[in-house]
Design a binder for this molecule. Structure first.
Ligand SMILES: *Cc1c(COP(=O)(O)O)cnc(C)c1O
Length: 266
């Protein structure tokens, strides 16, 4: 089954697939699909996965730390994330939150030596050691990042800051005439995709480089069928940083002689 990039995978299709095909043993979903910025309803899928007693894997790379996740209510067996997104650590390692019973039955499953999650867990439980050289500096930075997350007020406060970054971005971008790619109900507050403006002077590379010269780095789009770029809302960014990015976008449009209709209605 294929679902287009601007839609959430259909829960009833998941249910009939699990009902009709006992060979499906695992279901994996991306919580915030960073290509578009879509947020997928992991609890809705999780209830179905558990109803049919399959294993549920959630890629929460770009959501964990900024979206609340109820592991139990979602029925998650494995949640995967990393040090360098919403936790705001430095890049260096990923981590898995696993339901212990699910992990214990995987003995012998690993097809590589180094990516043997159970062996790594047992190593840490046994003598507290990593099996290979640990990224010590990234782990210390992660500890500090967790303290700062706590100081900020935890996941809800961090999510609220990102949500504000998203709101400021969206409203300023729409005022300048940009149109978001996703319908409002599907959009998260991690990253937002915007269509290229329909203007002969718009060339993404030039737009990107002019913003970069002003100290602002945005993301190219990666969509299959739509020309888009992306603006991220996560990281050590405050409302003032976002306002300064929006001013730089306006200045860049000016420099490139791009004028758009005042406001595009959704
Ligand atoms: C960023 C991201 C990844 C890759 O994470 P790295 O830290 O770059 O290795 C994978 N999945 C999603 C959904 C992401 O946002």
């Amino acid at each position: 089954m294929i679902f287009t990039e601007d839609t959430q995978p259909d829960a009833s299709a998941l249910e009939s697939a699990l009902k009709n095909d006992p060979a499906i043993s695992h279901v994996a979903v991306v919580h915030c699909e960073t290509t578009t910025g879509i947020i997928n309803p992991i609890e809705v899928y999780g209830k179905i996965v558990k109803k049919y007693k399959r294993t549920y894997i959630v890629d929460a790379m770009s959501s964990f730390g900024a979206y609340p996740v109820d592991l139990k209510a979602c029925g998650i067996d494995y949640l995967i994330s990393s040090s360098n997104k919403c936790i705001e650590g430095v890049p260096g390692f990923s981590f898995v939150l696993a339901r212990r019973e699910s992990l214990m039955v995987t003995r012998g499953f690993a097809r590589t030596l180094s990516l043997d999650l159970l062996a790594q867990w047992e190593g840490l439980e046994g003598d507290g050691q990593f099996r290979f050289t640990p990224p010590t500096h990234a782990i210390l930075a992660f500890r500090q990042a967790l303290l700062e997350l706590e100081q900020e007020g935890g996941v809800s406060a961090r999510g609220a800051r990102y949500y504000e970054n998203y709101q400021i971005t969206l409203s300023a971008m729409q005022t300048m005439g940009f149109k978001p790619y996703l319908n409002e109900s599907l959009r998260g507050y991690i990253i937002t995709s915007f269509y290229y403006p329909d203007h002969p002077n718009f060339h993404f590379k030039e737009f990107y480089e002019r913003l970069s010269e002003k100290g602002h780095v945005i993301y190219p789009g990666k969509l299959t069928h739509a020309d888009c770029f992306r603006i991220g809302h996560i990281g050590r960014l405050a409302a003032s940083d976002v306002a300064s990015l929006m001013a730089a976008v306006a200045e860049t449009l000016n420099e490139m002689n791009i004028s758009m209709p005042e406001k595009v209605e959704e």
